[in-house]
Design a protein around this ligand. Structure first.
Ligand SMILES: Cc1ncc(COP(=O)(O)O)c(C=O)c1O
Length: 958
């Protein structure tokens, strides 16, 4: 019988023998012994990892875990609401590999579908918040608020140094918690104030920004007059106003933009994305025009392709941490694309009237409940509300909570005297009546029947929204399920994802995301759980979290693991803050220098700055290793100011550095800590453990090594693993169901993005320790095989001392450019014509391609890729030989669309050479929907919302 590992690993024993011959090794063990430095290489997978189980067994165990969670009617609210995911979206997006296995749309020509969905997301956010520019998703509401805080500080810099950020007391507890963590890192003082009665001038002294939540955590909706007064007072002091707005409420309430806000943040969870015990969900951030260059994260914009047709791509990328490194203003990289796509499609499917109807239904239920509660003598804290009521029940809140639980309903207990209930899209009349009955019973009264109709609106009259939204035709065209299904299919067809072929992106580990691993994500036992549900209701989740923490700790050789960070970048920040906390506790707070090799991923430097550290760059030697001499010099130079080093292992150069123990020792000897970026763990698992060869802390990317699909740019999970001495300084959360410190929250939810943890849990359970070790071997073999096959056509830039690469290899295209004029871009785009996603371009070395084949590709696909690269080299040689002119050849014109073949053909190469350069492509050819996209044009003419349909009509036929 074939075990799961044999399905996950693409190359079988026969293929591997062939590949070993090509790389000149007798056996995989020999290759690994050659490649991995002896000083760190372990002889077997660590004990303590699970024993491989079959797919059926793992599904059964996951069903068991889901059954240990109790699905109730959640009226807890506080930022998380039950919602109906339209089945057409669940099946065609969330459960569709064409959407979930795609990568971040850095190659726009093969990403037009998800870019369009993200443009819809941005347009939806722009319309509902009334602000001119929105990004393509944030990690969650809390981190979006933190990004807004940092944005406000940057944007108000000219007004002199100000370090206070005012936060309204009526803001979600988790948002306040994340703000406190992030503020402390960079010397901002959070001042929590009750702003319901306005703001006194002296309260604004030294303040650069103010955050208010709409509606408040207590459900309160302030009057427009009060909000406008607040905005005016804040603007008077040249400070910015951030409104954390509930987008469903915004369909009925004046938008943040109309109120004069500068920035809006929040979550789009209740737009069809399950609560999932806290995530993943797409956060959002929008700003008024003029602040767009300050936006963190990714921004989709409209540009044009080589034929002048409209084409989408990521805009203003020079803002991003990849480019700006330690000058970056945000470290966000992986975001929440798949969830943003879902939320945008929820808006596309329901349209403006549909969303309004849902919001009105929610509001009407809240009003009926409020009326009935008042009838039985319950006093409510606020007259003006949208969906949340705060019940004032002196000394009886706990009694009411228990009575509600008897009705299978969970509520939010604020304190002994007050509790809150939120109505949502999924609340039924029965739920509301049951809640009413429970309250009445707890208070010893009898309720009357719920009024069939709402007794009237509870929105402040001056806050009622009159402005239109979602007026673009995309929000009114796809109303029938047929139309919606076809729209989703049409967009997916434009894109290249793992379901079409190999995505050999170095540093990204685009491996198989197996169907069995994905299965549990949508089960109600995982999906319909509120993050603040009582501990007894989430036993299955807690067990799953504990298993995963333990397995990941074992696999990496660390003592403690937190799953809270919801991306690698957030893990980096959490790990660095743990180092800072530890040093401060030892009385060494003055240690603030973070050494980072020149080759590091941009997030490393950006995270260090956000943790309040000073980045000092360490050079690399000609072989790509950390330059030990430079390192020792920097260690001496910074002496007792040295906080830590941040290295990636194996390095981003794709090699196992021999000297890693020496690097770690040099820093430890000087009193510093060692952060090992674990994004490349796919080259180590089962063979070496960072916690055992010198690391004090690492983040892992579950969306790389542990099979969480990339979702077109997220979700991710970036757990942090640390040695014992750092464990007390890992993130805590004030609302966690397990004992942990209340501060240090790095994500809105205590366990980050738990609903996708079953994916990594399943992967580890299916593979077992032995399978994980084998996967690493297959990944390293595949990279060495590609290096061996391509070496003579493209030099492999770096190799370890044994001549081996690790799990990826860097192909140097600079000699090709010098000889032929053909650039990395040309090769990357030509690969599209050959039916491939390009490898990582120009990272970490400009003018190179970094190839990471992963263990999941089979030999045929690896060969197809190598053959394509070799054929492209031959094409480039024809250019050098003058057979094709430098400015008119299939490389510089790539990619070719079907449409570009239909007009007059004046090129010196044939149509067949353009699109069928190798015969195997005729069947199942992937056709790029646009020609090469002109990014600079779009940046000069910034359009980041759905353009009028007329723009497309005026474009060349397509
Ligand atoms: C080496 C390395 N470190 C850190 C990160 C950041 O991880 P994330 O994108 O999840 O924030 C990446 C992501 O590509 C990476 O390749």
């Amino acid at each position: 019988m074939t075990g799961f590992a044999d399905r996950h690993i693409g190359t079988g024993a026969h293929d591997q023998r062939h590949m070993l011959r090509a790389v000149g090794a007798g056996a995989v063990e020999e290759l690994m012994a050659d490649a991995v430095p002896e000083a760190i290489h372990e002889s077997g997978a660590p004990a303590g990892l699970p024993v491989a189980a079959s797919e059926q067994e793992v599904l059964e165990r996951l069903h068991g875990l889901a059954a240990m969670n109790t699905v109730r009617t959640s009226m807890i609210g506080q930022g998380y609401y039950d919602t109906h995911t339209p089945a057409v979206i669940q099946r065609n997006v969330l459960e569709n590999p064409a959407w979930y296995t795609a990568y971040t749309p850095y190659q726009p020509e093969i990403s037009q579908g998800r870019l369009e969905a993200l443009l819809n997301f941005q347009t939806m956010v722009i319309d509902l918040t009334g602000l001119g520019v929105a990004g393509a998703s944030m990690l969650d509401e809390g981190t979006a608020a933190a990004e807004a805080m940092l944005l406000a500080r940057r944007a108000t810099k000219r007004g002199g140094p100000r370090s206070r950020f005012l936060v309204d007391a009526d803001t979600f507890a988790q948002t306040k918690a994340v703000l406190r963590t992030r503020a402390a890192g960079v010397g901002i003082e959070i001042v929590e104030t009750d702003l319901s009665a306005g703001v006194a001038p002296e309260q604004l002294d030294g303040v650069f920004g103010v955050l208010v939540q709409l509606p408040g955590a207590s459900g309160r909706v302030p009057s427009r007059g009060a909000l406008e007064e607040l905005v005016a007072a804040v603007h008077e002091r040249d400070a910015l106003v951030v409104v954390a707005a509930d987008l469903l409420a915004s369909t009925l309430l004046a938008s943040p933009g109309e109120l004069g806000a500068d920035v809006a943040v929040g979550t789009t969870q209740r737009f069809g994305v399950p609560m999932g015990f806290g995530g993943p969900h797409a956060g959002y951030l929008s700003v008024h025009p003029g602040l767009e260059r300050q936006l963190p994260g990714r921004l989709v914009g409209v540009s044009r392709d080589a034929d002048g047709a409209p084409a989408l791509r990521l805009a203003l990328q020079t803002r991003e941490q990849h480019i700006r490194r330690e000058r970056a203003t945000s470290n966000i990289c992986t975001a929440q694309v798949l969830l943003a796509v879902m939320a945008s499609m929820y808006a596309v499917y329901h349209g403006p009237e549909g969303l309004r109807a849902i919001a009105e239904g929610v509001h009407a239920k809240a009003c009926r409940l409020a009326y009935a509660l008042r009838e039985i003598g319950v006093s409510l804290a606020h007259e003006h509300v949208f969906d949340t009521l705060e019940l004032v029940v002196p000394g009886r809140a706990e009694d009411v909570r228990r009575a509600a639980l008897e009705e299978n309903i969970t509520v939010w207990v604020e304190d002994a005297d007050r509790l809150r209930v939120s109505v949502d899209e999924a609340s039924t009349d029965t739920d509301v009546a049951d809640l009413l009955g429970a309250v009445a019973r707890a208070l010893g009264t009898t309720p009357g029947p719920l009024a069939p109709e709402s007794p009237g609106s509870a929105l402040p009259p001056d806050m009622v929204r009159t402005s239109p939204y979602l007026t673009h035709p995309v929000f009114s065209t796809y109303r029938s399920e047929t139309a919606m299904m076809r729209y989703l299919r049409r967009l997916a067809d434009k894109d290249y994802a793992l379901d079409r072929g190999m995505i050999p992106l170095g540093s990204c580990t685009m491996k198989l995301n197996a169907a069995t691993e994905m299965a549990a994500v949508t089960w109600p036992g995982f999906a319909r759980i509120h993050p603040f549900a009582p501990a007894e209701d989430v036993a299955g989740y807690l067990r799953l979290v504990a298993d995963l923490e333990s397995w990941l700790g074992t696999a990496t050789g660390y003592d403690a693991v937190t799953l809270q960070p919801n991306a690698g970048s957030q893990g980096e920040l959490a790990g660095l803050l743990a180092i800072k906390g530890y040093l401060a506790a030892r009385g060494e707070a003055e240690r603030d220098v973070c050494l980072i090799p020149a080759s590091a991923h941009g997030t490393n430097a950006a995270s260090a700055v956000l943790a309040g550290l000073r980045v000092v760059v360490v050079g690399t030697d000609p072989s790509g290793n950390v330059d030990l001499e430079d390192l020792r010099g920097k260690v001496t130079e910074h002496g007792d100011r040295l906080a830590c080093i941040m290295i990636t292992y194996p390095s981003t150069h794709g090699v196992y550095e021999e000297d890693v123990r020496e690097v770690c020792a040099a820093v430890h000897d000087a009193g510093g800590q060692v952060y090992i970026d674990g994004a490349n763990l796919n080259a180590l698992l089962g063979h070496a453990r960072p916690g055992r060869f010198g690391g004090d802390v690492s983040h892992l990317n579950l969306h790389k090594t542990f099979c969480i699909p990339h979702g077109g740019g997220g979700p991710g999970v970036g757990p942090v693993a640390a040695r014992e001495h750092l464990a007390p300084f890992l993130p805590g959360h004030p609302l966690a169901q397990t004992p942990q410190r209340a501060d240090g929250a790095i994500s809105s939810a205590a366990f980050g993005s738990p609903s996708i943890l079953p994916i990594s849990w399943a992967y580890m359970a299916l593979m077992g320790g032995t399978g994980l070790r084998r996967a690493t071997e297959a990944a390293v073999l595949a990279a060495n095989y590609v290096a061996a096959r391509l070496e003579e056509h493209y030099p492999v830039l770096y190799r370890g001392t044994s001549g081996r690469v690790a799990h990826e290899c860097i192909l140097d295209l600079r000699p090709l450019k010098a000889a032929t004029g053909i650039t990395v871009d040309d090769v990357a785009k030509r690969l599209i014509d050959y039916g491939f996603h390009a490898p990582t371009m120009s990272f970490p070395v400009a003018g190179t391609l970094m190839v990471e084949p992963t263990e999941s590709e089979d030999l045929a696909e690896l060969d197809r890729f190598c053959d394509a690269m070799i054929a492209i080299r031959a094409e480039a040689d024809k250019v050098a030989a003058g057979t094709w002119p430098k400015d008119d050849n299939p490389l510089v014109h790539a990619p070719h669309t079907a449409e570009c073949l239909t007009g007059e053909w004046t090129h010196p190469y044939t149509r067949a050479e353009a699109v069928y350069p190798v015969p195997g492509l005729v069947e199942g050819k992937y056709w790029a929907p646009v020609r090469r996209v002109d990014g600079a044009y779009g940046d000069r003419n910034l359009v980041c919302a759905c353009p009028p349909v007329g723009n497309f009509e005026a474009a060349p036929a397509r």
